[in-house]
Design a protein around this ligand. Structure first.
Ligand SMILES: CC(C)(COP(=O)(O)OP(=O)(O)OC[C@H]1O[C@@H](n2cnc3c(N)ncnc32)[C@H](O)[C@@H]1OP(=O)(O)O)[C@@H](O)C(=O)NCCC(=O)NCCS
Length: 183
């Protein structure tokens, strides 16, 4: 993608947009080739298949994929901690972006905060990954901390982003929140 296309994408200029209802399900071992392909197409510094598997096989780690027309088009992994969920990986296949698939994955992730009764959901974004920052801000996450030199591979800083559940929240408010993410 050249700089003009990048700026056009960031500027929110009207673009072809199709809300694709995507099926989100547990990740299976057979999804790994597609997951690794999406990971490699999405980042300059990527996790290897071994790293993905090691993380996923932890007892507190859950992997989900987004499937469309029986094809894996996105995935995410998150860890269950005592007081929070922490997303370790989150990506949508480049050809399927800006079609609402990331939104569906994020909406599922946020719903897990409620089903697992954890009040916080965190993730770390590279400082220069503006696309992900725009995306997670649109998903009502906030930057809560800067993490200098967080990434060992590039020495880049990380930004800790957080979604926090309002202290008193009703089931109706949860539905409204998820609806607002969708609208
Ligand atoms: C970030 C990412 C997951 C977004 O997935 P996506 O499927 O394209 O996101 P959606 O289509 O659901 O976008 C939802 C909203 O997020 C915002 N958004 C998404 N991509 C954006 C971009 N490039 N620029 C500005 N805003 C963006 C918009 O508000 C968008 O709503 P709109 O399309 O109605 O304007 C995807 O770009 C990706 O996989 N990037 C590479 C991997 C990555 O950086 N992962 C995060 C690591 S922490």
């Amino acid at each position: 993608m050249n700089i003009l296309q990048m700026l056009r994408e960031w500027s929110g200029e009207p673009h072809w947009h199709k809300q694709v209802r995507t099926y989100i399900r547990w990740m299976h071992l057979g999804d790994m080739p597609a997951v690794v392909q999406i990971e490699q197409a999405s980042f300059a510094y990527t996790w290897t298949e071994e790293q993905i598997l090691r993380c996923w096989r932890q007892r507190n780690c859950i992997g989900l994929v987004a499937e469309r027309n029986e094809k894996v088009v996105g995935f995410m992994m998150y860890e269950l901690h005592k007081a929070k969920l922490h997303a370790t990986n989150f990506a949508v296949a480049p050809t399927c972006r800006r079609q609402g698939i990331g939104r569906q994955l994020a909406s599922k992730l946020i719903s897990k905060v409620f089903s697992h009764h954890r009040p916080r959901l965190t993730l770390v974004v590279r400082e220069n990954n503006m696309r992900a920052q725009f995306f997670f801000r649109a998903m009502t996450f906030c930057v809560v901390e800067s993490l200098p030199g967080y990434y060992e591979d590039s020495g880049e800083d990380g930004l800790l982003m957080e979604y926090r559940v309002p202290t008193t929240v009703t089931a109706e408010q949860v539905d409204r929140l998820l609806e607002s993410i969708w609208s």
